[in-house]
Design a protein. Structure first.
Length: 756
């Protein structure tokens, strides 16, 4: 089967206008019957093609259920949405979802994603954990969406299937798979600021019957940005092969490689909010005071394998394994304010005085992840129920290298992030005349001294979906996790030290859900889920305190409309942290004299509403719309204002008007986030010295993007896009190290796509 056609529907408010103008209220038309081929699991039905909707999900319990029967809110980003919205990175994907907030600490390095008032730190690919965070290490910033079929955002806690973290959300990506029939796709994209991107995707059977088949995806990007001296480059490769040994047995194996080198990265926000005299700055969005040698680099090699076995009687076994090898390099240089020292490095408005801050760090990591489960039906008390038994986990090791200060301009004492070398506030410069080449990169080299952290997290789990009545079902689940992490150092002579820290915990995680079918199209649900997050603090006796528990309570109604073409969710939620570490008055740990802690504080609490609509209004009109209201209260020790908007709205739609022989598709997407509050570090400079670190506020803002696609013929299409249509000035970060990061101005892209 050829790759799915890219001819679909539009994006929100513009679609309503187009519909009104065209008079084509074809509500009763059917969605095209084209479906993706069913390649492996004969018991599974295929998902609809060219849609903004997925029918089935495994993300909550591992049981494959219709999404309306899953007692948690789920947002899916389908392949069609990725193409319509030009989603190329994990950042693009998550910013398109309502209720997900983004804190971009650096340009090209650290970005934090949050949901329901908590950081997101639970990421999976094909059901296996991976380090999706974006920081001094982690590959979140290098994820290439050309290699993936879809993204699922499960809101709330998800501790049943492993992983640690907060009751925010878990992100699940699905790799592209090999199908039985030939397909070929190529994309060429050009855009503002010399953007250039190429993608090729070929799927082919290797035997006549298609039992042996393969798929190869290649993707590359070499672009500049609206900022001076910034040039991100990326490359992605996916090679996967599937062989059906029999109708009951299938094996898949493959390799994935992602690479990203981002020239012109900043260490912290890239321009200050205030000058040293406390007055506001007003830089052009293009101003970017980085050194011309500043960059970050991420490489990731992943080998993966999967075995699927039909056991008979409706029972199936599934085994997955992946091994990843990661490499991270950071070489930052930027004029900015910084907390390390007495000068802070604020820009002088009159003299132009500023200081260069630099950091060089390198790390490597490996990760083994595995999963084994069996699922199937069983009969009890005259009714059929479902059961999954599984065992999964991961083992990772991360090494951060120490660098030498022997060559003179690299400090390695004091607090040095990621064990790198740095210079802070030693090198004066003029921000008004800065061109990026006044100072060279840190002169240093890697030594044998290094820090190593090893983490293991595995355990068995069980979940069952019990049919109590024809329209009433309860989902029960339980997991027992064994979590262990320890760290140790090697000195420059490669001598291993004693362990400097260790955590060893066993944690039980429950799952409870209830669904009630009011009608065949409307289902009420409620659920309780939780997840744990280890803490390193110790009590008076020297024992590590118990982990934080993050609990999610949720209730709502899920509905299907228009012959199941369209789905909606209305959910109310409450999430909270308990067992948060708190200083145990003036007591100390007996054997070390360090401050002792107890795990009895309450942390963040959030309460809110999620609304969602996804699918097809007609066979010409696709839509995704989401709204989140959230109120966050942080009662934890040393709490600070959270950069989470109270109101978040996303809508994207495509519409194919009945003109030009059905060859034209129009689309728009709109996002709105209400105001956010943050605490600047150190704060606005005061006359006479000192700082005012009162919370500062960024006003809410709305962004609009539009697209138009024309199908030249059945094999060739051309798409034009305008992002940030009204050229809204907004910030991706506001307050970190007294700085801000501007979002993209209005820009243009043209994409030519060929499919065979």
């Amino acid at each position: 089967m050829p790759f799915p056609s890219t001819r679909p529907p539009l994006k929100p408010l513009a679609a309503l206008i187009l519909l009104a103008l065209s008079g084509q209220a074809a509500w009763a038309q059917d969605v095209p019957a084209m479906l993706k081929p069913i390649t492996v699991k004969g018991h599974e039905q295929a998902e609809p093609e060219d849609s903004y909707q997925k029918i089935y999900s495994k993300s909550s319990t591992g049981l494959r259920m219709e999404e309306k029967d899953t007692p948690q809110a789920i947002t899916n980003i389908t392949r069609q949405q990725m193409e319509d919205q030009n989603i190329q990175s994990l950042d693009d994907a998550l910013t398109s979802v309502s209720g997900i907030s983004v804190n971009e600490v650096d340009i090209g390095s650290r970005t934090t994603y949050r949901a329901r008032g908590f950081n997101i730190n639970n990421y999976k690919i094909d059901g296996l954990e991976f380090n999706g965070e974006s920081g001094f290490s982690g590959i979140g910033g290098a994820v290439n969406m050309d290699l993936y079929e879809d993204v699922s955002v499960l809101r709330g806690a998800n501790g049943l299937l492993g992983g640690t973290g907060d009751p925010s959300a878990s992100i699940s990506l699905t790799r592209k798979k090999a199908y039985r029939e030939f397909g070929l796709q190529g994309n060429v994209e050009l855009g503002s600021w010399r953007k250039r991107r190429l993608m090729g995707d070929i799927n082919t059977p290797l035997t006549k019957d298609g039992d042996l088949r393969a798929r190869l995806v290649l993707s590359g990007d070499d672009s500049h940005t609206f900022r001076d001296n910034e040039n991100p480059r990326s490359f992605g490769l996916l090679a996967t092969m599937t062989y059906d040994f029999s109708p009951d047995t299938s094996v898949t194996a493959g390799y994935e490689y992602t690479y990203k080198k981002h020239k012109g990265t900043s260490w912290g926000t890239n321009v200050p909010i205030w000058f040293s005299d406390g007055t506001r700055t007003d830089f052009d969005r293009s101003y970017h005071p980085v050194a011309d040698w500043s960059y970050t680099q991420r490489k990731n090699h992943t080998w993966f394998a999967n075995l699927e076995q039909n056991l008979g009687g409706g029972w199936h076994a599934d085994a997955n394994y992946s091994y990843s090898d990661l490499e991270s390099i950071n070489s930052f240089g930027v004029l900015k304010a910084n907390s390390a020292g007495s000068k802070w490095g604020l820009f002088d408005r009159e003299t132009g005085l500023a200081y260069l801050n630099s950091l060089h760090s390198e790390s490597e990591g490996t990760q083994h992840a595995f999963s084994l489960n069996v699922t199937g039906p069983f009969t009890l008390l005259g009714r059929e129920h479902e059961l999954i038994l599984g065992f999964n986990g991961q083992r990772s090791e991360e090494t951060s290298y120490q660098f030498s200060g022997a060559l003179g301009n690299c400090h390695i004492d004091g607090h040095v992030p990621a064990r790198g070398c740095q210079y802070r506030l030693d090198l004066p410069a003029n921000w008004q005349t800065w061109n990026g080449n006044e100072y060279g990169a840190p002169q240093t080299f890697r030594t044998d001294a290094r820090g190593v952290t090893r983490t293991t997290n595995y355990g068995p789990y069980i979940a069952t979906r019990l049919e109590l009545a024809d329209n009433l079902k309860v989902i029960l689940g339980s997991r027992y996790s064994y979590y262990k992490t320890y760290a140790y150092d090697y000195d420059k002579d490669n001598v291993k030290s004693a362990r400097r820290s260790e955590l060893d915990k066993k944690v039980w995680t429950p799952y409870v859900g209830l669904t009630f079918d009011v009608t065949p199209n409307h289902t009420l649900y409620t659920s309780y889920t939780d997840v744990f997050k280890p803490q390193s603090q110790r009590d008076v006796a020297g024992n590590t305190i118990k982990p934080i528990t993050g609990a999610s309570y949720e209730a709502g109604i899920k509905s299907s409309w228009l012959d199941d073409r369209l789905s909606s969710t209305v959910a109310v939620f409450h999430a909270k942290q308990t067992n948060v570490a708190k200083a145990d008055d003036d007591r100390t740990v007996l054997d070390t004299g360090d401050q002792a802690y107890v795990a009895n504080a309450t942390g963040i609490k959030s309460t809110g509403v999620d609304l969602q609509l996804a699918g097809a209004l007609t066979n010409r009109w696709n839509v995704y719309a989401g709204y989140t209201y959230m109120n966050v209260v942080d009662s934890s020790p040393n709490s600070s204002p959270r950069q989470d908007p109270r109101h978040s709205f996303r809508v994207s739609t495509t519409y194919r008007p009945n003109v030009l022989a059905d060859k034209l598709t129009l689309g728009t997407s709109i996002s709105y986030d209400s105001s956010t509050t943050s605490t600047p570090m150190p704060g606005r400079p005061l006359e006479g010295g000192g700082f005012d670190n009162s919370p500062i506020r960024q006003s809410g803002y709305m962004l609009a993007h539009v697209m138009a696609r024309y199908e030249v013929n059945k094999n060739l299409s051309v798409t034009a896009r305008v992002n940030n249509l009204f050229d809204k000035e907004y910030y991706r970060e506001f307050g970190f190290y007294n700085g801000l990061i501007y979002g993209e101005p209005r820009n243009f892209m043209v994409n030519v796509q060929a499919r065979f």
